[in-house]
Design a binder for this molecule. Structure first.
Ligand code: ADP
Length: 191
């Protein structure tokens, strides 16, 4: 199996690039953010629990996220591999993912880290907020909070994958095709 973490701050293009990667390499996409939004829309128990965190731009507690991801893995055991989008977002999540994959005889092959300057991230999220109506993209305080949480809690995850020699930094500025070509050239060294 080929398991890949697509990493980057909010607005860095993880969702867009995941769709391209899925198309070319037939991996199974898991976006924890997409799952939370769906569960919130459907007002499930998980959605109701996640709502207060997602709405403020805070991280959902690790236990909730980890349970959701492991259930997903167990329901999709026969895939060619997974793209983890928006997960892991804390060192603890990264450690648990490593252990859980290990127990299933798997590993993360690489972590692709999309680098985009903050000014551009803000611009992209504001634009997305207008188009998609995503509430957490429409409020300036929430946008700033998400970037702060990224810097404080999520960015340290890079060092976890650097330590394991799996971290690949990609310039996330450019057209969707340009960024995808950069990502593909890294994936093709491994797949
Ligand atoms: P973005 O990357 O643009 O912030 P996501 O769709 O990945 O958007 O995430 C939206 C929200 O869902 C986050 O702000 C957070 O509240 C919650 N969330 C998603 N993934 C995780 C995670 N791995 N751990 C904790 N919270 C998460």
């Amino acid at each position: 199996m080929f398991n890949l973490v697509l990493f980057g701050p909010p607005g860095s293009g993880k969702g867009t690039q995941s769709a391209r990667i899925v198309e070319r390499y037939q991996l199974k996409h898991i976006s924890t953010g997409d799952i939370f939004r769906k569960e919130m829309d459907a007002k499930t128990a998980l959605g109701l629990k996640a709502k207060s965190y997602v709405e403020k731009g805070n991280l959902v507690p690790d236990e909730l996220v980890v349970d959701l991801v492991m259930n997903f893995l167990d329901q999709h055991g026969d895939e060619r591999g997974f793209i983890f989008d928006g997960f892991p977002r804390t060192i603890r999540q990264a450690e648990i993912l490593r252990t859980e994959l290990f127990e299933r005889g798997q590993t993360i092959k690489l972590m692709i880290d999309l680098k985009v300057p903050e000014a551009e991230l803000l611009e992209r999220m504001r634009k997305r907020g207008k188009k998609s109506g995503r509430a957490d993209d429409q409020d300036e305080d929430i946008l700033q909070n998400r970037l702060k949480i990224y810097r404080d809690s999520t960015e340290p995850v890079i060092s976890f994958y650097t330590k394991h020699h799996k971290h690949y930094e990609i310039d996330g500025v450019g057209t969707v095709d340009e960024v995808f070509n950069r990502i593909s050239s890294v994936i093709e060294q491994f797949i």
